[in-house]
Design a protein around this ligand. Structure first.
Ligand code: SDX
Length: 374
């Protein structure tokens, strides 16, 4: 492979962004200059969604208007509900998510309008409706009645309400809210870059977000939080963990929930999510997964010097909250719609068609022989 190829665009800076940055001086991910940990401590997810989409934290009135807009857009169409009911129960919820966004695109009166105002209107509809569509599938595939969104509930409360028919205690809701804040945005990760690439041809926002969802599904990216839970279920109990992880490393397996392209000495989001994982485990009086978590982490750092990423603590946290494992990455989606959308706006504002080069290593020129001579 020729020396100037950067496979996976490793270490390549392809554009500017003002949305987020991992600031080494404070070892923290920041959204529009605010440290994610600070936002988790002082804000609810809706404030951070507003910040990422608009560039500033909302004041009381702006937040109220934003929440009113999001509440108003929650209702999904009858045809989308019928489509969800007809989807095979065995479908992966990530495929349901991208299908639902595509159907929303077919129904959206602004679909082919890429003006900033129209795009913001569409984002608010995708942001508000995707959780409702996912929760509808969550219930439909279990043969349960679909629960419509509840206007007076917050974004996080409403998701619990639509999936389970009830809102858990405020500490569980806060932990869920924190996970959404931490998942919201992370610069040019592969699903965000997918959204920007689709946008760069001036295609529409529903297509860009559909593509981003497809990318996020992969186990090397957002799908890792589900794989973490599959790993923990295979380990079963803390006394199996040491042997299991050492075998995995002896077999040169990729251990899900660990490693990162950008963070090489630890994902700055992990300490906060680990703290809330502990709080939820305390409330649920189930410390088993925490014990497995700590043993696997210790071996990964000692043997490979590879640290956990944000998917490692979120997996078991969502499990303790009662979500089906294959719904963990869809939860990542309902948060990351904010980051993807902000990047789509940014790409439109200073667009250049994204079209890299390839180094050819195929056949040299040769003449075609007629079929009867081949
Ligand atoms: C997310 O980019 C983002 O910002 C993404 C994200 C976001 O918010 O959008 O942060 C969310 O996607 C987090 C990552 C979730 N993925 C996983 O947990 C999957 C497991 N992780 C690995 O696949 C890996 O760490 C990647 C893909 C995440 C990053 O790997 P790189 O940068 O492509 O590096 P690499 O795969 O070439 O690994 C370098 C070395 C290799 O060893 P050698 O071949 O050099 O001997 O480290 C090893 C790898 O084998 N390695 C691992 C490992 N991660 C790296 N070995 C075992 N288990 C792992 N998890």
């Amino acid at each position: 492979m020729s020396e100037d190829i950067k496979k996976g665009l490793m270490g390549v800076t392809v554009d500017e962004t003002a949305i987020s940055k991992v600031m080494p001086e404070i070892n923290s991910l920041t959204y529009r200059g605010y440290a994610a940990q600070d936002l988790c401590a002082k804000c609810k997810f809706e404030e951070v969604a507003y910040l990422i989409l608009n560039g500033e934290l909302p004041n009381k009135k702006q937040l109220k208007d934003f929440e009113k807009r999001e509440n108003k857009e929650r209702k999904i169409s009858k045809s989308l509900i019928n489509a969800i009911k007809s989807i095979p129960k065995t479908a992966h919820p990530m495929d349901v998510a991208r299908t639902a966004v595509s159907i929303m695109g077919l129904e959206d009166k602004d679909a082919s309008n890429n003006s900033p105002q129209a795009n913001m209107r569409k984002v608010m509809r995708i942001f508000a409706k995707t959780p409702v569509a996912l929760a509808a599938f969550y219930r439909a595939r279990k043969g349960k009645k679909i629960i419509p969104p509840e206007k007076k509930l917050s974004f996080s409360e409403n998701f619990f309400h639509m999936c389970f028919g009830k809102v858990p205690n405020k500490d569980i809701v806060k932990a869920f809210d924190v996970s959404l804040i931490l998942y919201a945005e992370h610069s040019f990760n592969v699903s965000t870059f997918t959204a920007r690439t689709i946008t760069s041809s001036l295609s529409d926002i529903h297509g860009a977000i559909t593509g981003a969802i497809a990318s996020l599904k992969g186990p090397l990216h957002g799908g890792a939080n589900e794989e973490v839970m599959h790993m923990m279920n295979k380990i079963k109990k803390p006394e199996n963990a040491l042997k299991w992880i050492n075998n995995a490393l002896d077999n040169k397996d990729v251990v899900m929930g660990f490693g990162h392209r950008v963070y090489k000495s630890g994902d700055s989001r992990v300490p906060t999510m680990r703290e809330y994982f502990g709080k939820v485990a305390q409330i649920k009086k189930d410390k088993k997964f925490e014990k497995i978590y700590d043993i696997v982490e210790k071996v990964m750092i000692e043997r490979k010097n590879i640290h956990p990423n944000v998917d490692y603590p979120t997996g078991p946290t969502y499990h303790l909250m009662g979500f089906d494992t294959d719904f963990f990455t869809p939860i990542f989606v309902i948060s990351r719609i904010t980051g993807w959308s902000a990047h789509i706006f940014e790409q439109h504002a200073a667009n250049k068609l994204i079209r890299p080069l390839a180094s050819y290593n195929g056949n040299q020129h040769r003449k075609v022989t007629q079929l009867n001579q081949r």
